[in-house]
Design a protein around this ligand. Structure first.
Ligand SMILES: [Zn+2]
Length: 171
């Protein structure tokens, strides 16, 4: 992440969230990645070969996505080459769909490898994709000011989902 702090008060919820999985619990990304029954509740926008795209429940900015390989690996070099290529193709698609849906003026993207680098879920590789606007006023400022986070995420999900729907390989 670059620049000044982005307005994201709900990140406090992450700090205080009891539902965060304990270290010995099943991996969140594996659980979500292997279950397609409730994609809306899990904020999964699209499932593709070897990878899926989901909204970050604790976003740095409106439309903060994560691109996640199905395989439970903690480093890119641990992926088989077809899995890595598939992940990058999914990443490229997510950039393009996010651009089409929200028209951000820029994006930050990156991977935190290891807890020391700030990874919240260090055991399962994931690529962050954070849309940015000049001054980082949210694209839905009026709604965002009056919505609680679950409503906000549902609203955002419904905006983004159609942009991924046609690309899904499992439907
Ligand atoms: Zn996992």
């Amino acid at each position: 992440m670059t620049g000044r702090t982005i307005w994201a008060p709900w990140r406090m919820a992450y700090i205080t969230d009891d539902r965060r999985p304990a270290a010995n619990d099943e991996c969140l990304f594996c659980r979500i990645g292997n279950k397609s029954a409730d994609d809306r509740a899990n904020l999964v926008l699209g499932r593709f070969d070897h990878a899926f795209v989901m909204l970050n429940r604790y976003p740095y900015s409106s439309g903060h996505l994560m691109v996640v390989p199905r395989a439970h690996v903690d480093r890119p070099e641990a992926l088989a080459e077809p899995e890595y290529i598939a992940l990058m193709l999914t990443f490229r698609l997510a950039v393009s769909r996010l651009q089409a849906a929200l028209s951000p003026q820029g994006m930050n993207t990156g991977i935190n490898l290891g807890r020391a680098a700030g990874a919240g879920i260090a055991d399962h590789l994931h690529i962050h994709l954070v849309p940015r606007w000049e001054g980082d006023h949210n694209f839905m400022p009026v709604i965002a000011d009056t919505m609680v986070m679950p409503q906000y995420l549902n609203e955002l999900y419904d905006i983004l989902w159609p942009y991924f729907k046609l690309e899904r390989t499992d439907s």
